[in-house]
Design a protein around this ligand. Structure first.
Ligand code: NAP
Ligand code: GFB
Length: 319
């Protein structure tokens, strides 16, 4: 363990991933030499360079976990690519620029497996990020995320900084955005199943249900991001994902949600809606070389916890 005192600033900490990091830290995964600071857009609008600078001046972080971003599921990405690209590029430039100015020792930013090209061989690995255009459904988000990798390399090449990134698969868990319009598939389906059950209506699943995803529970992702901050010394990114064998179809994921929500009504597929990228299978071989024994929460258990959280927190959940 590194015994130097650390002040760790977590941007985007009111979101799905940030709140999971807070949960993990507050439930025991914290060292005495670590001071954690969790911030959101209420503390500073990171699109605004001067607000970003004031935030860094105030907290003087030695380490940063950078999560703040405009984030959404497939249908949000299809509708708002301009806003998503422009805001995320500005947020990332402001945050990494401040990390440079304020001499931050280490930064871990969060990319997504949608950064990978659409047409390359599976599984993706960390060397393939820039090997071709991303899937058209989320090119704005994907290109903005790719630029974090470019900035990390540039800061390393020019100044020797250790600014790195993790690449997460589709995450879910408590405090997710359960908006049917803007959120990701699992929170969207949990919300829709809850409504269909309450209103005695059919559940409509978008698309064919055939696309495949590797889902990750936000609390597992949080544990791995904290590990990366403390232990991962490479500037090159690392994929944080369960194995390829855990790839699940949307149809199967919906079945697990329906079981835990105890929904007994009819299920229909709206095939006029986009399927998005068919698959984005990522290799976790690099992660397994570092952490061969890390245990991911079984999908069934993580979905049960998330459904329970949503029902219990329905009034205040983001939706
Ligand atoms: P989220 O739930 O939508 O949370 C986004 C966070 O960013 C919130 O805390 C929000 O603050 C903050 N934020 C947004 N705009 C901001 C601004 N202009 N200034 C300051 N803060 C701002 O997102 P998430 O799912 O936790 O995602 C966190 C990170 O993981 C993102 O970088 C995302 O790209 C990455 N990631 C997510 C997934 C996934 O499936 N969710 C997968 C791969 C990678 P407020 O609450 O104050 O608005
Ligand atoms: O999580 P999601 O919205 O985004 O999942 P991606 C989209 C898949 O789920 C498509 C199907 O195949 C949809 O047709 N689906 C079925 C639904 N029902 C629903 C529903 O009610 N809501 C939603 N949202 N989808 C995102 C990227 O891709 O992955 C982001 O767009 C990000 O940029 C994220 O990288 C991790 O998995 O397709």
């Amino acid at each position: 363990m590194d015994n130097n005192n650390k002040t760790i600033l977590v941007t985007g900490s009111t979101g799905l991933v940030g709140s999971a990091i807070k949960y993990v830290v507050e439930n025991g995964d914290s060292y005495t030499n670590e001071k954690w600071i969790f911030v959101s857009s209420k503390d500073a609008d990171l699109c605004d360079k001067s607000q970003a600078k004031e935030l860094f001046e105030k907290y003087q972080p030695t380490h940063v976990i950078h999560l703040a971003a405009v984030v959404g599921g497939l249908f949000h990405n299809l509708g708002y690519s301009t806003d998503i690209f422009r805001k995320n590029v500005v947020i990332n430039d402001n945050v990494l620029g401040c990390c440079h100015t304020f001499d931050v020792k280490k930064v871990v930013s969060c990319l997504s497996t949608c950064v990978f090209p659409d047409t390359i061989k599976y599984p993706f690995d960390e060397t393939m990020i820039h090997n071709g255009p991303p899937h058209d459904s989320n090119f704005g988000y994907a290109y903005a995320k790719r630029m974090i990798d470019v900035l990390n390399k540039a800061f390393h090449q020019t100044y020797g900084h250790l600014f790195t990134a993790v690449i997460s698969t589709n995450a879910f868990g408590p405090n997710d955005n359960f908006s049917v319009k803007d959120g990701h598939v699992l929170p969207g389906l949990i919300h829709k199943t809850y409504m269909a059950k309450c209103q005695n209506t059919d559940l409509i699943i978008y698309g064919t249900g055939k696309p495949l995803r590797q889902f990750i529970y936000s609390r597992d992702l949080a544990t791995l991001i904290i590990w990366a901050l403390r232990e991962y010394k490479e500037m090159e990114p690392i994929i944080l994902s369960a194995g390829e064998e855990d790839e699940t179809s949307i149809m199967e994921a919906a079945r697990v949600i329906i079981k835990h929500m105890q929904f007994h009504g009819k299920v229909n597929y709206d095939t006029s809606r986009s399927d998005g990228q068919f698959r984005k299978t990522a290799s976790n071989a690099k992660l397994r070389r570092y952490l061969p024994n890390f245990k991911f929460t079984p999908f069934d258990e993580a979905i049960r916890e998330t459904c329970d959280w949503f029902v219990k927190n329905y009034e205040n959940a983001r939706k």
